[in-house]
Design a protein around this ligand. Sequence first.
Ligand code: SF4
Length: 186
Amino acid sequence: MRYGRQTAPDPGTTHPADDYPCRFCALESGTCCRTDPKLADLIFPLSRPEGARLEEYGQNPGAFRAVRRNTPEFVQSVQALFPGEKARIKELFPDGGEHFSLALRNDGACAFLGNFGCVLPRARRPWYCLLFPVWVINHSLTLFSADNCLIVRRSGNPARAVDLMGESVAGIRRLFACLRRDWGFE
Ligand code: SF4
């Protein structure tokens, strides 16, 4: 597995499975990189280290990220991702505060979504993008409910999904640890 332990990956590294089946998803379905613009406030937050990685890559500094309010619905959606950590999440995303997230185009597509999927090298992408559709709850791998995700449809279970992503269980755990670190949990 190419990711270093708890460190940001080499920006020049490309993934061996580079984006299969996500490329097909971009052609065949809505992809996880597009949302209803009315739900933009609910998309996952972007930490400063993740933003810095994009900043180094982007030709339009700052254009890739949006400032969004910590709405109660947003905070609840983050709390649902981390059961048992409600208090910490309230500290990280206080009422009345703001956070960064990826900028969306008018149609709800991520600013980095191209015709064949994400235009970013994998090593530049936010941790959440690298993990999706797998997540870790109480140390166990789980799959998001995402009917339009080809990996979810073709795998049916987290272990098979990890295979389809070209990842390993240990690699997923490292990515999740990086996300927790950069989002401020550790
Ligand atoms: S950064 Fe790339 S993988 Fe993440 S949501 Fe945007 S287009 Fe999709």
